[in-house]
Design a protein around this ligand. Structure first.
Ligand code: FMN
Length: 136
């Protein structure tokens, strides 16, 4: 499938590396956050419950997004269902803050079914996501 924009995902992962492991399995190009975003992208973020008044987005991710949210088109979460209502809450909070859809949530590094779902969704919908954000 040809795309107006090449599908791209930025991620942040702690030393446990689950989110990086998920990113490394995906078919699209993936980059760790750090450098500024130069093209429309999907964010992949874990959730770390923090004692900071419901602020679940990892601080590194929150800071990077402040400067790079204009090219954000959707968000994918990694987490753990043991956290109940806080499962992948950082992805939900990014979605609410920046008005982009939560595309998928998975546990830890995701199953093969998760990666197939994410790959298929990105291949089919990346251009639509960029248009929804007004990026041409
Ligand atoms: C201290 C701690 C707090 C966590 N809090 C949450 C949480 O609130 N919600 C959730 O879904 N997962 C939570 N998790 C699970 C992580 O988000 C999950 O393991 C994720 O895949 C970690 O990604 P990473 O290895 O890339 O950092 C927590 C894990 C730890 C160690």
């Amino acid at each position: 499938m040809s795309h107006e924009h090449t599908p791209l995902a930025y991620y942040w992962s702690s030393p446990s590396g689950n989110t990086k492991a998920l990113a490394d399995k995906l078919q699209c190009e993936t980059r760790p956050i750090g450098e500024g975003a130069t093209a429309p992208y999907i964010l992949i973020t874990p959730t770390y419950e923090q004692p900071r008044a419901g602020n679940t987005i990892p601080p590194q991710v929150a800071r990077w997004l402040e400067n790079n949210h204009s090219l954000l088109v959707g968000v994918i979460g990694t987490g753990n269902r043991n956290f109940g209502g806080l499962f992948c809450r950082a992805a939900v909070d990014v979605s609410t803050t920046y008005r982009v859809p939560v595309l998928h949530r998975c546990e830890l590094r995701g199953t093969d079914a998760d990666t197939r779902t994410i790959d298929a969704g990105i291949a089919q919908h990346f251009d639509t996501l960029t248009r929804l954000r007004g990026i041409t």
